[in-house]
Write a protein that binds this ligand. Structure first.
Ligand SMILES: [Zn+2]
Length: 470
């Protein structure tokens, strides 16, 4: 190990609640303006790639690649118009090289509609077109495949359901066969409490999250059908044993793996926390099934300097999409630590200790705006400067930007021990640090659990609650 550089002297200090972080005059924490203070002298293929990535990002972070188009904090504008055009194009006819992505069509619907919504676009006009496109890909046995004639899969069903909720309206809500969906979900529920992604296929933490979101949004009854593999093993409902199964995916590093016993990964951490926040309020369910201090240590280690973005795994590189997968964990962790803000039972420690941010929001915002915007005419957002934009990264980079620009509070939790009811969440612009982006570049908000706007979640609940039975 060797000291690489002396940090620049701090001109100001910002209180982040957890620790003091030095901030220079530009509003950027100095951690992100100097090379790493400790460098491992043992060269490996990972350390070479990491060094190359820092070198690739620095000209963008320093504003050299933005040709004088930065604000006084050295941050370029969010080019909303170009990104909107890119997303609209992705919802049209795609070129022949996209044929291999055909089974992922529902994902394109979700990524584009969710990102357009975050950019302030009204997507209800897509409703009729979306309903007619997804109707033939719904299987009579329940769920949606990736295209016509394809087997139902939890990932494509999740994406289809969210896309339908985004466009909203009776036609979109009622195209879903909820009875068949219930039957199909029962067939995916396993004896060990988890969910397979597809009948006879892999069981992993994506299944736990996708199934919980679908069950919760659509108001699917929890009762298990007697022919479910889980019923035969003694489970009585779709959620029983699920928290325990998710808890087993936490690894020795503190992060969460796809299945018990393999490597921790940022996207699976989000799936685990999202699932647990559906099973019960996060301040009860997350500490019940996870070692929270270890999880925080692992999540904190995902933010790199000087890049400011998040990596998905230990010794891997920053990538824009983890702005959501890792960035989206923080509001749920914050709620797990602080509990509902309305609760009189909160201790003084809970009131004070976590009032700041658990990660550097300005570090992440700088990475996103400087490194993730595709600067060609194409528009859209990307993994890092050497990559092209795509619909997936555009969606999840914007979702990460939204959670860095806002703070979510668990205002009120559902009653303890209840099987129904919902938590109430509130989003507010985050104002505790110096704002480094232009106010016009603030984007919309997305529910921290369901990753569609809160009012779209509430509209879906209201619609399905009005139904008697299926
Ligand atoms: Zn990525």
């Amino acid at each position: 190990m060797a000291a690489a550089a002396e940090p620049r002297p701090a001109r100001g200090m910002a209180n982040h609640g957890i620790a003091q972080v030095e901030v220079d005059g530009s509003g950027i924490p100095s951690l992100f303006t100097v090379p790493p203070s400790i460098v491992d002298l043992l060269e490996t293929s990972s350390s070479v790639l990491q060094r190359d990535t820092v070198e690739e990002c620095l000209p963008f972070l320093n504003g050299d690649e933005h040709a004088g188009k930065c604000n006084q904090h050295g941050i370029p504008r969010l080019d909303k118009q170009r990104h909107v055009k890119f997303l609209q194009k992705q919802l049209g006819k795609l070129p022949p090289q996209m044929t291999a992505a055909d089974p992922s069509r529902p994902w394109f619907f979700y990524w584009c509609l969710a990102a357009l919504t975050l950019l302030g676009e009204d997507v209800t006009a897509y409703s009729k077109r979306l309903v007619e496109t997804v109707r033939p890909i719904q299987n009579e046995s329940g769920g949606f495949g990736g295209g016509f004639g394809q087997q139902s899969h939890l990932a494509t069903t999740y994406a289809t359901v969210l896309a339908l909720m985004l466009v909203g309206g009776e036609g979109a809500y009622d195209v879903i066969d909820r009875r068949a969906m219930w039957k199909w979900l029962c067939s995916l529920k396993q004896a060990d409490g988890g969910f397979q992604m597809v009948v006879g296929g892999e069981e992993d933490v994506r299944g736990a999250y996708c199934a919980s979101v679908i069950i919760s949004l659509l108001g699917i009854p929890l009762e298990l059908s007697p022919d479910s593999p889980a019923f035969v093993a003694g489970h009585k409902d779709l959620f029983s044993g699920l928290g325990e199964w998710v808890g087993r995916c936490q690894t020795y590093e503190g992060g969460v793996a796809a299945i018990p016993g393999i490597e921790a990964h940022g996207a699976y951490a989000f799936c685990a926390l999202g699932c647990l926040s559906i099973l019960d309020s996060p301040h009860r369910s997350i500490p019940k099934y996870m070692n929270v201090p270890q999880l925080i240590a692992w999540l904190s280690s995902r933010q790199y300097s000087p890049e400011g973005g998040f990596s998905g795994r230990t010794n891997k590189l920053v990538d824009g999409c983890y702005s959501h997968w890792v960035g989206g964990c923080w509001p749920l962790i914050q709620a797990a630590l602080s509990g509902p803000s309305s609760s009189e039972a909160r201790s003084a420690d809970q009131q004070d200790a976590y009032s700041g941010s658990l990660f550097s929001r300005n570090g992440l915002i700088r990475y996103i705006l400087c490194c993730c915007q595709d600067q060609t005419l194409r528009g859209g957002l990307r993994d890092k400067p050497s990559k092209y934009s795509d619909a997936y990264h555009t969606c999840y980079v914007l979702s990460g930007l939204s959670s860095a620009q806002h703070s979510w509070t668990l205002r009120a939790s559902r009653p303890s021990g209840s099987t129904g009811g919902a938590d109430e969440w509130d989003a507010m612009p985050y104002v505790e640090d110096e704002q480094i982006f232009n106010e016009d570049d603030r984007i919309g908000t997305t529910h921290p659990v369901y990753v569609i706007p809160k009012h779209k979640v509430e509209a879906a609940w209201e619609h399905y609650a009005s139904k008697t039975g299926f």
